[in-house]
Design a protein around this ligand. Structure first.
Ligand code: ADP
Length: 410
């Protein structure tokens, strides 16, 4: 049953353009299992090193992997993977990624540069155009994972990439242990929360020096700060990667570390990061199984509640009624009441998606929140009156819901 949500504002032309672009990108990436962003607060912390080793590691686990390097400021992936000097091949209107072995495809902004010493001096709109083309026009084919090496920071470039990707499955935040870098992690986490991208975890890179001779670890900067911060913010801490001369050597010779090494602390750290990404496959199988359990024709509807009736301010509601229904017969089957997580932008759509909710019936809701619900495949009905969840759900199922004006409280 498809219902037309009531909208409180006309979409602006930029929002409309973004939507069209997102649709093209979605189509281009429709055979990609999971999209992962690798982010960092600033350059030089080892983001590309982690992205490249993660991609290679996943391909060594027989996954089909794409590595997309759109770090305009320092596209170092060609160097790390010994692909310097490669040029982009075009087939019709599509660009072909460079294939390494049977399972790894790579596309990099670096392939557009005449040589590795050339800085990219494109101006804003041009950069944007190139990034958009990379997302829309690269022929990836079927992939299990697409790893995106994003520009550093939380500014306009990473923002536009994350928005264009639309439904990234997760982000890995790379940092170094110093306090200054840690404040960037906070920004990275709120960046992801605002965009509703799940943070898979934090990687603390260059965390202590691993002596190649005696194998002893020396703390050069204070270390463990990334771990403390991750704990404070309720984010998973994935791994500490030490300063390891073999990583530098690997980057310089185009032989990524994980291809050459499988023992020791550094290899173990890369395995931990890879394992977390591989877990996404099991998580999505579990979500699918859960939604199959609901059965054909079943629909789960959420209603924000206060004093037993619909709350007009869904974002501040302390209880959500989750009502299971039989969409075919229009019957309410059962109801449970859940307390939502702490209110922050983007948290509720993700949480309700995790609860298997298909539709939310709300009083007022702003355009941005509606977009976030749509990105989580939750249909929004706004302008509903303050009545009990059961009566609203029944009215909705029987097409008699009197939806009034959407009064946005944002
Ligand atoms: P970013 O992508 O954040 O700008 P890079 O991945 O290009 O950073 O890394 C910057 C430099 O640091 C590279 O020369 C790389 O070889 C080196 N590097 C990264 N991580 C480590 C590490 N754990 N140990 C030693 N060198 C590292």
């Amino acid at each position: 049953m498809t219902k037309k949500p009531v909208s409180c504002e006309a979409p602006s032309s930029t929002a409309y353009e973004l939507q069209i672009e997102q649709e093209h990108i979605k189509k281009n990436l429709e055979h990609v299992g999971h999209k992962i962003l690798v982010l960092s607060g600033k350059g030089g912390v080892g983001k590309s090193t982690i992205a490249a080793n993660l991609a290679v590691s996943l391909s060594l686990a027989n996954k089909r992997v794409g590595l997309l390097d759109i770090d305009i400021h320092g596209p170092s992936i060609p160097k790390i993977l010994n692909l310097e000097g490669r040029k982009i091949q075009v087939l019709g209107e599509r660009m072909l990624p460079v294939q390494i072995g049977p399972d790894l495809k790579v596309m990099s902004i670096g392939f557009l540069l005449p040589d590795s010493d050339n800085a990219v001096i494109w101006r804003g709109p041009m950069k944007n155009q190139v990034i958009r083309q990379f997302l829309k026009d690269v022929k990836w084919g079927s992939l299990d994972f697409l790893i995106v090496d994003s520009p550093p920071g939380t500014g306009d470039e990473p923002l536009s990439i994350a928005q264009l990707l639309g439904d990234a499955d997760g982000a890995i935040i790379v940092t170094t242990p110093q306090q200054i870098a840690l404040s960037d992690v906070r920004k990275g986490i709120s960046f992801c929360r605002n965009l509703n991208i799940p943070v898979l975890g934090v990687v603390e890179n260059m965390s202590g020096f691993l002596c190649p001779n005696c194998g002893q670890q020396t703390e050069i900067f204070t270390s463990g700060g990334g771990e403390d911060m991750a704990r404070q913010l309720g984010i998973e801490f994935l791994a500490r990667v030490p300063i390891d001369p073999q990583i530098v050597q690997g980057c310089d010779t185009g032989q990524p570390y994980v291809r050459q090494n499988s023992a020791g602390e550094t290899a173990q750290a890369f395995r931990q990061v890879t394992r977390r990404v591989l877990m996404l496959e099991n998580e999505s199988k579990a979500t699918k199984a859960d939604s199959n359990q609901k059965g054909a024709g079943r629909m789960r509807i959420a209603v924000p509640v206060v004093d037993g009736k619909l709350s007009q301010h869904f974002g501040h509601s302390e209880t959500f009624a989750i009502v299971d229904t039989d969409g075919d017969s229009g019957q309410v089957l059962n109801r449970k009441d859940l307390a939502p997580p702490r209110h922050e932008p983007g948290v509720l759509p993700k949480w309700l998606h995790g609860e298997g909710v298909d539709v939310i019936i709300a009083g007022g809701m702003g355009q941005r929140a509606q977009q976030l619900f749509a990105q989580n495949q939750i249909q929004v009905v706004v302008g509903a009156p303050a009545e009990s969840p059961e009566s609203l759900v029944s009215a909705y199922l029987n097409d008699t819901l009197q939806a009034g004006e959407n009064i946005c409280d944002h």
